[in-house]
Design a protein around this ligand. Structure first.
Ligand SMILES: [Zn+2]
Length: 157
């Protein structure tokens, strides 16, 4: 049954229903996350995701995919703290239980290690989140012509 072809009222008047979604439109989630982890564009896999340490490129220099749609926000620091904490704390406890070093030595080891690990993880985690958002077509990653931002480019209502 097709809406609009008979006397049946369409459930959402004014909305055009299309059934053009195909398996080819699906984006592999794991591959996209792994490409993000390797700081690569989730679409083409080239290492163009970041334009600087934590700044996502506006557009992929290799394939032209729009990358500015990402909304990573506070997620990368949150997950970085979560991951770094789960690496550092067990190591710290193990070293304390096995060797029992003085407190100043703990600070000398774990403070720089935590900072370096966090700085190393931050772009990796951010890349993974952008890859996930791209794979799930979140925040305008749907592609040209289907995002809310392209429906009304003039910005007028
Ligand atoms: Zn690309």
């Amino acid at each position: 049954m097709q809406y609009g072809s008979g006397n049946d009222p369409a459930p959402y008047p004014g909305r055009v229903w299309t059934n053009t979604y195909t398996p080819a439109d699906r984006r592999p989630v794991l591959r996209s996350i792994l490409r993000g982890v390797s700081l690569s564009c989730p679409k083409c896999g080239r290492r163009t995701l970041f334009s600087s340490y934590l700044k996502i490129s506006q557009i992929c220099a290799a394939c032209g995919e729009e990358l500015f749609h990402h909304r990573a926000d506070d997620a990368p620091p949150y997950f970085t703290i979560f991951i770094a904490g789960h690496i550092i704390v067990p190591l710290l406890i193990t070293v304390e239980l096995v060797y029992g070093p003085p407190l100043w030595l703990h600070f000398l080891i774990w403070l720089p290690l935590t900072i370096l690990l966090s700085l190393a993880l931050l772009p990796v985690v951010k890349g993974a989140i952008v890859g996930l958002q791209w794979a799930l077509k979140m925040h305008g990653f749907e592609g040209a012509g289907s995002s809310n931002e392209t429906l009304n480019p003039s910005g007028s209502q």
